[in-house]
Ligand binder design. Structure first.
Ligand code: SF4
Length: 520
């Protein structure tokens, strides 16, 4: 029955408006329009065919099928419940792995959100057979199986390799910064960390012995949070020491985050700075499969290539034939190491060139007196300056893979030279010098190859391949900021995301609905 709204009862003249259906003009001479009423007071039963909750080609089926083909022994091993014996029955690891991979593929990395979706979203309902999974079970599972998760990542690679999607003929390697679960304002210097730690210790002591009395659920959560905060502050103090040792300068400025002590402030692609981790991904160029992952606290990529190649070899049992990197990786150490391992390295020769180029731009030197305007006489092993002065060999500096030869003009001649103010305005006690780099054969070959059209063409492909998984993981999987804290857990998050990415590529390249029914 329609009852007049209380507010319209009090307004004379509005009763007829309140009774009429909205936006339904009554034709002249006809009765009121008849429409289907909405009845929300009913109780009803519905038939639900769980198998038909999702279509045959739904990716959740592909994930379930592939996970069913993998060995999950490491995940099953800790389960104490056995058939025929009473006790709580845990969820099947195959289901928990599938749920996490499907969730990541949808850009969901929150255990609470997965638990919620298991109650209403068809694909999640299909995966867990309408069961309801506690979010604690999900979040514990994500971080409790470190070794098994690594093994699982390798197994997925094994499937892709066996099906011919991984060749290791050419691997593109790159690093990308992903924000940590910490704010820039959570960084503190040692003194402030000590103060906060002392306060946290006093609060923990004031709580008393947790074994003496049974706290409420809320009280237990508060106690746990306080103890975790104390642990993080202790770790932050350790990290401050590491930062201090690594920086070597301005030691008083060393800081660490109270939220994620192992995070480091790193430069972002937009030019800003934020607490982050540097994620390293090696991608097989043939079908853009991630063949190796790593995470480092260093914002620089220089020291990451040798470890990355070792990880690819550990994952697939062989080294890449060729590795393509940007200038952030082409140190002499990396070039020499790749040559020793008989890996063809393609990239730009940034570091050596930098030192040579560095002489060009010395402050106050006119362009007419840049190093490239000095002529080297190979036969006499001398340089001739633009004024014709002979510059003799003055000394050498040995660095890994390179000998830096220095040539110097006589001090007197430079002092008397009309061009001194343009050529070496800062030199008071000695004449102008130039440096010639004599590279080791491996470095020479690398530099020569990068001068060829073939080398340049390969290098041009780098961005499209290496940055593809980076962009996918950030944009499609939503991993722009870690949800977990600490280097070890952040690496697990990267492994979940990289494995999800690879499985999505497997679905695109290989999976045909229905063919894997035998594995279900
Ligand atoms: S300043 Fe010395 S090195 Fe430079 S042009 Fe003159 S003589 Fe040559």
């Amino acid at each position: 029955m329609n009852q007049p709204h209380p507010s319209t009862e009090a307004l004379p003249g509005l009763e007829s408006l309140a009774a009429a259906p909205p936006s339904s003009p009554a034709p002249a001479g006809a009765g009121r329009p008849r429409v289907q009423p909405v009845d929300r007071s009913q109780l009803t039963w519905q038939m639900l065919d769980v198998e038909r909750l999702i279509e045959p080609e739904h990716p959740a089926r592909a994930i379930w099928e592939l996970v069913g083909r993998l060995k999950l022994d490491g995940f099953y091993a800790p389960i104490e419940a056995v058939e025929g014996v009473a006790g709580r029955t845990p969820w099947d690891p195959r289901l928990l792995v599938s749920l996490w991979i499907y969730a990541y593929s949808r850009g969901i990395s929150s255990a609470r959100e997965i638990a919620r979706r298991c109650t209403y979203e068809p694909a999640f309902q299909w995966l867990c057979g309408l069961g309801e999974i506690n979010h604690h079970t999900l979040s514990d599972f994500r971080v409790d199986h470190d070794a098994s998760l690594r093994e699982l990542f390798v197994q997925v690679l094994g499937v892709l390799s066996a099906e011919g999607w991984v060749s290791l003929e050419r691997v593109m390697h790159d690093g990308t910064r992903i924000k940590a679960c910490a704010g820039a304002d959570s960084f503190r210097r040692e003194g402030r960390l000590q103060e906060h730690l002392e306060a946290a210790r006093q609060q923990v002591e004031a709580m008393g012995d947790p074994r003496q009395e049974e706290p409420s659920r809320k009280g237990a959560a508060q106690e746990r949070a306080l103890r975790e905060r104390k642990q993080r502050l202790e770790q932050a103090l350790e990290e401050v020491q590491k930062v201090r040792e690594a920086k070597r300068e301005d030691k008083e400025q060393a800081r660490a985050s109270e939220s994620d002590p192992q995070a480091r402030i790193m430069k972002q692609s937009d030019g800003g700075y934020a607490p982050s981790y540097n994620v390293q991904l090696s991608t097989d160029a043939a079908h853009k499969i991630i063949v190796g992952t790593g995470v480092t606290q260093s914002g620089s990529d220089y020291g990451q290539l040798i470890g990355a190649v070792a990880r690819v070899e550990a994952n697939l049992g062989r080294k890449p034939c060729q590795v393509v990197v940007d200038g952030g990786f082409t140190t002499r150490e990396n070039i020499m190491s790749m040559a020793e391992q008989r890996i063809d390295l393609v990239g730009s020769l940034a570091e050596v060139n930098q030192r040579i180029a560095g002489q060009k731009g010395k402050r106050g030197v006119s362009e007419a007196f840049y190093t490239d305007k000095f002529n080297y006489d190979e036969k006499e092993d001398v340089y001739l300056c633009p004024a014709g002065t002979v510059m003799k060999h003055h000394g050498r500096d040995f660095r890994l893979g390179v000998i830096f030869h220095q040539y110097r003009a006589p001090t007197g001649q430079c002092r008397a030279c009309a061009f001194q103010s343009q050529c070496c305005p800062g030199n008071v006690h000695h004449g102008r010098s130039v440096i010639r780099a004599e590279r080791a054969p491996a470095l020479q070959q690398f530099a020569q190859r990068m001068q060829t059209e073939e080398g340049k063409a390969i290098y041009r492909q780098r961005g499209a391949v290496a940055e593809f998984p980076n962009a996918w993981i950030k944009e499609k999987l939503g991993l722009r900021q870690f949800r977990l804290r600490g280097l070890a857990k952040v690496l697990l998050e990267v492994l979940w995301a990289a494995m999800t990415y690879n499985i999505q590529q497997w679905i695109r390249l290989s999976w045909r609905p229905g063919l894997g029914a035998a594995n279900n």
